[in-house]
Design a protein around this ligand. Structure first.
Ligand code: UDP
Length: 309
């Protein structure tokens, strides 16, 4: 297979690229490095299975030939990134997705869109099942991301209905692992880096809000199973093991002996109160579920950040 990965130098994109190359595919990574990191794919330089194209997807896809699969992962994806890059986030979810979908139709390629649990907003249904339409503030600070992803799902479904595009939609829940940026603001890299530096862990709000954390290798195997499947409806991919942010802080304190007390900070606007995927659909149609325990994933992630310091 010849595969295009937009955002292939990012956290998820680079792990996906590694997996595809290991599976024997040819991969073209397209990235403009606004949040992606060249070092995530540096080890692939010189590989005959790998090509890097530095370009802004919003201007099109300046790559010849045809693709068999396309993964559209390009987007700022952490709350601090998309607040700092609001227009880039909106445009890559709209113009970028349009270029990807047009190319998929042109090449008769399968395309997987990286959507998000943020389409459920601050959910009123728990755990979140794909049939739930969500509770999103369309004008709040997170809306640049949430609505861009909701729009790209709508665009993908229109391409599937009216242009015959072979679309797969992954609704990705919180994922963690090596190659997250230590300064991307997300809770695992934030806490891991703070703990390793002997600083206070910054818990937003009272820490009773919940998330369900999936280790990156599990998510990537879900991507492959999804694009190989016949499932044309959106599919939640995440680990249903739900925990509070305070519990996460305590876990990290257990791994990294850090005497600094927790520092409570104000909860950001529209921060979802609870989040947990219902993965019945992924279990049934993809025969997929996470296999890496939270503890093992956290050890590997903390080791990665330890080496980065
Ligand atoms: N969070 C926190 N301290 C931090 C960063 C995040 O308490 O330094 C909280 C944040 O308010 C949210 C949860 O951790 O409730 C997950 O945040 P993250 O940015 O990782 O992802 P989100 O699920 O909000 O997109």
């Amino acid at each position: 297979m010849r595969v295009l990965v937009t955002g292939g130098a990012g956290f998820l994109g680079s792990h996906l690229t590694d997996r595809l190359i290991n599976d024997g595919h040819q991969v073209v990574v397209l990235d403009n490095f606004i949040t992606g990191n060249p070092s995530n794919i540096g080890h692939l330089k010189g590989s005959p299975s790998f090509e890097l194209v530095e370009a802004d997807l919003c201007d099109g896809i300046p790559v010849d030939g045809t693709f068999d699969w396309i993964f559209h992962l390009a987007s700022p994806a952490s709350p601090i990134d998309y607040v700092e890059l609001p227009f880039e986030t909106l445009y890559v979810g709209s113009d970028g997705a349009r270029h990807v979908l047009n190319r998929a139709v042109q090449d008769n390629a399968r395309v997987m869109l990286a959507s998000t649990s943020e389409v459920y907003g601050d959910p009123l249904v728990h755990p979140q099942v794909e049939s739930y339409w969500g509770n999103v503030n369309p004008i709040g600070p997170r809306s640049v991301y949430d609505e861009a992803k909701r729009y790209s799902e709508a665009l993908a479904m229109a391409f599937a209905r009216y242009k015959g595009a072979q679309v797969r939609i992954a609704r990705i829940f919180n994922t963690f692992g090596p190659r997250m940026r230590s300064n991307d603001g997300r809770v695992v890299p934030a806490f891991a880096t703070q703990a390793l530096m002997g600083k206070s862990l910054t818990v937003f709000g009272d820490g009773t809000q919940t998330r369900s954390f999936c280790f990156v290798s599990d998510l990537i195997s879900g991507f492959i199973k999804l694009i190989e499947s016949d499932l044309t409806e959106p599919c939640n991919l995440g680990n249903p093991s739900e925990r509070t942010i305070l519990d996460l802080a305590e876990h990290i304190h257990r791994i990294v002996d850090n005497p600094a007390p927790i520092a409570f900070r104000p909860l950001p606007e529209d921060d979802p109160t609870r989040r947990k995927p219902d993965i019945t659909r992924a279990r049934k149609h993809l025969n997929w579920e996470p296999v890496v325990s939270f503890e093992d994933g956290l050890e590997q992630t903390i080791d990665y950040f330890r080496n980065c310091l």
